[in-house]
Design a protein around this ligand. Structure first.
Ligand SMILES: Nc1ncnc2c1ncn2[C@@H]1O[C@H](COP(=O)(O)OP(=O)(O)OP(=O)(O)O)[C@@H](O)[C@H]1O
Length: 223
């Protein structure tokens, strides 16, 4: 599905990613574990084309992502929920969820169909749809960012530290939402980053460890 091959990234002369390689498969959840600064966010941002790579190859099936900069990648069916959520405070929650649909110039019917699907899978979003993006808690914002990513995630869903800073009740809600999502959308390949392996051990099909920009360990099928 998504193949990351020998990915190198340098930022301001410092090498941040060193030959990162792994594949994501449809219906599987890959967890990328690493401490702060290990390179998790940089990996996801590079897949989305928000960070320039200095080497390596990114393929979605037979499509070379180099030919699809910026929002072209969302249009190819890659959804991304950044760690810091990045909601637009003055837009409503629903408008925030719809942003990638507007950015990719999705047809109105399709936009509505997908929004309904997001609300079916994440019903808590429907109840806050009219609230301003700036008026939801950090944890609720993570759920909004998940819904927004889901609007375009036909093939791949990238979630950057979704459990970071979530209160226990919201973390449970988020984990249940992920479970529903994985069941309802078996065609999606999931990549979730975390700093602590325990949080995601029960949902990981594969786990990878990243340390100073290098993939250190690779585990097969998790128990
Ligand atoms: N725009 C930037 N300018 C300079 N250094 C950067 C930039 N973005 C990332 N880095 C550096 O790259 C390294 C990897 O950062 P990255 O955000 O990918 O780590 P991470 O594993 O996601 O950690 P975190 O949990 O802290 O987000 C860090 O040392 C960070 O300081």
């Amino acid at each position: 599905m998504l193949s990351i091959k020998n990915l190198d990234v340098s930022i301001e002369g410092a090498q941040i990613l060193r030959g990162v390689s792994f594949d994501l498969e449809a219906g599987k959840t890959t967890v990328l574990i690493g401490r702060n600064g290990a390179g998790k966010t940089t990996t996801l941002r590079t897949v989305m084309g928000l960070q320039t790579k200095t080497g390596g190859r990114l393929m979605l099936g037979k499509t070379d992502l180099d030919r699809h900069p910026g929002y072209g990648r969302a249009k190819l069916g890659i959804g991304y929920a950044p760690e810091d959520r990045r909601l637009i405070p003055a837009f409503t929650v629903e408008e925030n969820i719809l942003l990638p649909a507007y950015a990719t110039r999705m047809q109105r019917d399709e936009r509505q169909r997908r929004l309904n699907e997001v609300y079916d899978l994440l019903p808590q979003l429907k109840t806050m749809g009219d609230r301003p993006g700036g008026g939801v808690s950090g944890g609720q914002g993570k759920m909004v960012a998940l819904g927004r990513a889901l609007m375009v995630a036909d093939h791949v869903l990238l979630l950057d530290e979704p459990f970071q800073g979530l209160a226990p009740a919201l973390a449970l809600e988020y984990a249940q939402a992920l479970k529903r999502l994985r069941e309802a959308r078996p065609e999606i390949a999931f990549l979730i980053t975390e700093s602590s392996p325990e949080l995601l051990s029960s949902i990981a099909d594969h786990s990878l460890q990243i340390e100073r920009g290098l993939i250190e360990m690779e585990h097969g099928e998790a128990a």
